[in-house]
Design a binder for this molecule. Structure first.
Ligand code: SF4
Ligand code: SF4
Length: 236
């Protein structure tokens, strides 16, 4: 969780809910493409982002890796992000429009809003100094334009907690005494931080959540089944 002073450095210091009004509406951007030109390698893609993106351009995860996305380590976990071409995001057209707008990643959907995760919940924040327009007020719910909101929210929280957990294990920062058993924290860092185990955690994460095609239209249901499978396979 961000400390209050840290929050005020990157935002207006407020937490927003779905029905709040927030100054986030860039009015269609009107020719500006600043964030699409500068932020792509900071956009970590969730399995849902890649699922939607793959369907939008008709490519598998493996094919997306050939020019559209790349893998990078973040907080101990290897995750995909959008690849940056010479002039920014590979999905930005010559006319400076997003060519996958309806299927754009969650980060782009929210921007200039972001999420502040707290325990098993999150609220929205307005990132200041990021958007180049003088944004007008809009209701958060309208701005994020997310179908099946409750299912999406459950997925976001589920994925976020899994990635954070894997990162903690890989980096060996799990606190002594957390979790099940009196030596759980110590055991985890000893048991899973070897190179072979790290490789297994990452390989299975990419294989189970990204590379294997989703065969039903209910992404959220299939994701939860895969999460169960992943946790069973890695034994946590
Ligand atoms: S996916 Fe679309 S909205 Fe997101 S950075 Fe690329 S061009 Fe911009
Ligand atoms: S910086 Fe703001 S106005 Fe410019 S493209 Fe991004 S969201 Fe749109």
């Amino acid at each position: 969780m961000l400390r209050q002073e840290k929050l005020s450095e990157i935002s207006d210091g407020r937490r927003y809910g779905l029905n709040d009004m927030v100054k986030a509406d860039a009015g269609g951007c009107n020719g500006c493409s600043y964030c699409c030109e500068t932020m792509t390698d900071t956009i970590a893609l969730s399995p849902l982002d890649v699922f939607r993106m793959g369907r939008a351009v008709g490519k598998s995860f493996g094919e997306l890796l050939d020019g559209y996305i790349e893998l990078n380590m973040r907080d101990g976990v290897i995750l995909p992000n959008i690849r940056s071409g010479g002039e920014g995001c590979v999905f930005l057209s010559e006319e400076k429009r997003c060519t996958i707008h309806g299927s754009r990643p969650d980060f782009c959907r929210l921007f200039p809003l972001g999420r502040l995760y707290e325990e098993d919940s999150f609220s929205y924040i307005l990132q200041t100094g990021q958007c180049r327009k003088n944004c007008t007020k809009v209701k958060v719910k309208k701005w994020i334009d997310t179908p099946d909101y409750e299912k999406n929210r459950a997925f976001i929280l589920s994925w976020h907690s899994l990635v954070r957990r894997i990162g903690e294990i890989v980096l060996g920062v799990r606190q002594e005494g957390e979790g099940e058993g009196k030596n759980a924290g110590k055991m985890d860092s000893e048991r899973v931080c070897g190179k072979e185990k790290q490789k297994l955690l990452m390989t299975l994460l990419l294989e189970i959540f990204y590379a294997r095609p989703y065969i039903t239209d209910d992404f959220y249901e299939e994701f939860e089944k895969r999460k169960k499978e992943y946790l069973e396979k890695i034994g946590i």
